[in-house]
Design a protein around this ligand. Structure first.
Ligand SMILES: [Zn+2]
Ligand SMILES: [Zn+2]
Ligand SMILES: [Zn+2]
Length: 423
């Protein structure tokens, strides 16, 4: 009862402090949320109704805080002890405008509520569970509902959610086991070319983290090990591939100026600023984005800028404009301070690009390890996978939580919010 009253008072104060206010010329004032404001009238939604006033009746309007300001103010009002207040704020945030909803903050609020006050645990975990479910984070939602049941074993709604989510997770685990089995089988049978792509995709699968226990290598390391045993079929063992877009040059001809570097619409006897092709910066060629090429550009000034007439700038494909504009004004073609004219711009050699590391072998060279592949370890691993598939060993599904709050969310134990972060 006392908690309920305190929450009520807190909510009441909060509304008063954060609301918009319309003050009329006759002295009356109304608080709420301004939902419409034009030159002629203002419409305010109060707790009881929506009211519209002609502007000529209105003395002035006081603006409340933006939802984000209000959120931060509310966060800063938390005292690090009152679990109920954390839950109330979480409730507010879960229904607040989208820009105010922050998953990380919301999760921490709910876990803090459950941690500080066991009475609020079921409601707090239910709230975050429902929110995560709506956000499509089904496994995280399942964890939250499992905590609801830990706090309140009779909670029917959580039980129903958990059953659905749990069977979903078990079904997903079964699919994972199939994929993992196929990958390990290929590796065990020394079919490296077939095994490698399957292993590369298997790292996050259910029980993939057990690979090291049996094979002495993680899934990723096993993929690398297989890769060393064959020349990559894609790059024939070269580990790099020529970029097909620029044919290994690192640059492509500028389509705007057809490689001349000069703008088509330049007037007769143009100045440098008038004739430079804004696309390729007078170089006639653009850095290839297909291979993330890089090159040097040299800016030539009319007179010295900071003691230098020529300045070299290293630029990267796709961001040339950004990098160049740090040094010179691209609209006026002068030094950044605007005092010295640019008279020419020349391109140096391409320092990176033309080729890229082969994506299939990730640049791993054909270099067979002296040790034989650990086929015995792989066979044991397969037995463990098959035991789960046949039901000999249970698929865990949603783990039973140890606490009604999520310890990961309360890491560091910081429960007070100050200047945009937990302290
Ligand atoms: Zn390229
Ligand atoms: Zn051009
Ligand atoms: Zn390759």
């Amino acid at each position: 009862m006392r908690t309920a009253l305190r929450i009520f008072l807190l909510a009441a104060c909060a509304t008063a402090a954060f609301a918009d206010k319309v003050v009329l010329k006759d002295g009356r004032s109304f608080e709420g949320e301004i939902v419409e404001e034009t030159a002629e009238q203002v419409k305010i939604k109060t707790a009881r109704s929506a009211l519209t006033f002609k502007m000529e009746e209105v003395d002035h309007i006081e603006r409340g805080m933006s939802p984000l300001q209000e959120r931060n103010k509310r966060l800063e009002a938390l005292d690090g002890e009152d679990g109920g207040a954390y839950l109330e704020l979480a409730k507010w945030m879960a229904t607040a405008p989208k820009e105010v909803q922050d998953e990380k903050v919301l999760r921490r609020l709910c876990s803090a509520a459950a941690y500080l006050d066991p009475e609020t645990a079921a409601a707090a975990q239910n709230l975050i569970g429902a929110w995560l479910l709506a956000a499509g984070k089904r496994e995280d939602a399942a964890d939250a509902f499992a905590r609801v049941l830990k706090a309140d074993p009779a909670n029917e709604e959580a039980k129903k959610h958990l059953e659905t989510l749990n069977s979903e997770i078990v079904a997903r685990c079964r699919k994972d086991l199939d994929a993992l089995k196929a990958a390990i089988e290929k590796a065990r049978d020394l079919q490296y070319a077939a095994a490698i792509p399957l292993l590369r995709k298997a790292g996050k699968l259910y029980v993939a983290d057990k690979c090291r226990d049996f094979v002495k290598l993680s899934i990723e390391e096993l993929a690398d090990d297989c890769q060393r045993r064959i020349p990559c079929p894609t790059c024939k063992g070269a580990t790099t591939r020529q970029c097909t877009i620029c044919k290994g040059k690192g640059t492509t001809e500028c389509v705007q100026c057809k490689g001349t570097g000069v703008r088509k619409s330049a007037p007769p006897n143009p100045t440098f600023a008038q004739e430079i092709c804004s696309h390729c910066y007078h170089t006639g060629a653009l850095l290839c984005t297909g291979c993330d090429a890089e090159r040097w550009l040299t800016i030539h000034y009319q007179t010295e800028v900071k003691g230098k007439k020529n300045v070299d700038v290293k630029v990267s494909a796709g961001v040339e404009k950004v990098e160049l504009s740090k040094v010179v004004s691209l609209s006026k073609w002068t030094s950044r301070d605007g005092n010295v004219k640019v008279t020419a711009l020349t391109a140096g050699q391409v320092v990176k690009g033309g080729t890229f590391t082969c994506r299939d072998c990730k640049g791993i060279k054909f270099d067979p390890p002296s040790e034989q592949p650990n086929t015995f370890g792989m066979a044991d691993y397969l037995k463990a996978i098959e035991a789960r598939m046949s039901g000999g060993e249970t698929i865990e599904g949603v783990p039973v939580p140890e606490t009604v709050w999520d310890p990961a969310e309360l890491e560091g134990g910081k429960l007070k919010w100050k200047a945009g972060k937990w302290e």
